[in-house]
Write a protein that binds this ligand. Structure first.
Ligand SMILES: NC(=O)c1ccc[n+]([C@@H]2O[C@H](COP(=O)([O-])OP(=O)(O)OC[C@H]3O[C@@H](n4cnc5c(N)ncnc54)[C@H](O)[C@@H]3O)[C@@H](O)[C@H]2O)c1
Length: 299
């Protein structure tokens, strides 16, 4: 997502410093921006303090897929928690406004459907997903405490499943997994019976909403849900991808990993009212563009 955000901001004429420790990100995603005079790239780990002069901070740093965030769970929590402290410290020192890329995972395995911002969530604090979920929840707490204590301008954004070009092919996320498996004519692995639902937002729509939220008046802090409320079962998604790639892949059911949420669907009324936003990329068009990206990758 960060490369799409950076591209948009650079094209709008902003001076952008892009920070990444390249844990899951890739330099090739921003390679096309390297010769732009208003773009800089810096290798930096947000768990360490940073001293630069800025007026807006988008904090997206965090491994986002279970495969990556579970590989080094302690580092994942550090990235969310120490990362938030360091970036909030930077916002405090520079007087900048700061946006946190939080997640629908703060709702855990929800008893409320669709999820609205006032719902406190149902999260296991000691499970294998907790490093991500609780790390992001703690980051939200820190954002609101810095806001209450230091009057920093904060924007807390709860992002629901987002997909699109530049995803890591081995990310283990459902859209990228299915597309890569379908293009290779490999079995498509569905966890559980595939009746669990997800909603999928195309990256351009999400980034458009993110920038709009950042530029709302200072009293708008969020949390704000952004995502696509159109729900699909995992089986429906798999079948759609098989058809669009003309694949010979077969569906194979595997046991559901622990704490996997049954249902996820955002209530986006707050975003509709506040930033006049709703996603407008049809799933077929979004998948077409994403499939084209994966097809072009060396295999
Ligand atoms: N894609 C989604 O569906 C989704 C949903 C909810 C929330 N989010 C959040 O949005 C943000 C971006 O997600 P994405 O999907 O683009 O994932 P991504 O893995 O492509 O991007 C995360 C980036 O953070 C970098 N990073 C990780 N740890 C870091 C550290 N300690 N210091 C500096 N950089 C670090 C990675 O190298 C990578 O470039 C993440 O914070 C994620 O939790 C994403």
């Amino acid at each position: 997502m960060g490369s799409h955000l950076t591209e948009k901001l650079v094209n709008e004429g902003h001076d952008v410093i892009c920070l990444d420790n390249f844990y899951t990100g890739s330099k090739s995603n921003v390679e096309h921006l390297l010769n732009r005079p208003n773009f800089e790239i810096m290798r930096h780990d947000v768990t360490f303090p940073l001293y630069v002069e800025v007026d807006q901070i988008y904090n997206l740093a965090c491994p986002a897929s279970p495969i990556h965030y579970q590989k080094d769970p302690v580092q994942t929590t550090k990235t969310s928690v120490h990362g938030a402290i360091n970036m909030l410290g930077l916002a405090k020192r520079t007087g900048s406004r700061i946006l946190q890329a939080s997640t629908s995972e703060v709702y855990g395995d929800p008893e409320v459907h669709p999820q609205e911002e006032s719902y406190w969530g149902r999260v296991n604090p000691i499970g294998i997903r907790s490093c991500y979920d609780e790390g992001k929840r703690c980051a939200e707490t820190l954002f609101f405490d810095y806001w209450r204590q230091n009057e920093i301008e904060i924007k807390v954004l709860r992002i629901f499943n987002t997909y699109g070009p530049r995803m890591h092919p081995n990310d283990g996320r459902v859209v990228s997994n299915f597309i890569v498996q379908a293009l290779n004519n490999d079995d498509i692995t569905v966890y559980g019976d595939g009746s669990q639902t997800r909603s999928f937002c195309y990256v351009d729509d999400l980034i458009d909403g993110m920038v709009k939220f950042m530029n709302t008046p200072s009293e708008v802090t969020g949390p704000m849900n952004l995502g696509n409320p159109t729900e699909f079962t995992i089986i429906e998604l798999a079948k759609m991808i098989i058809e669009m790639t003309n694949s010979r892949s077969k569906l194979v059911l595997k046991p559901l990993p622990s704490d996997d949420p049954r249902q996820r669907k955002p209530n986006i009324e707050f975003a509709k009212q506040t930033i006049k936003w709703s996603p407008n990329t049809d799933i077929n068009l979004g998948l077409e563009k994403t499939i084209a990206y994966f097809k072009a990758l060396p295999r």
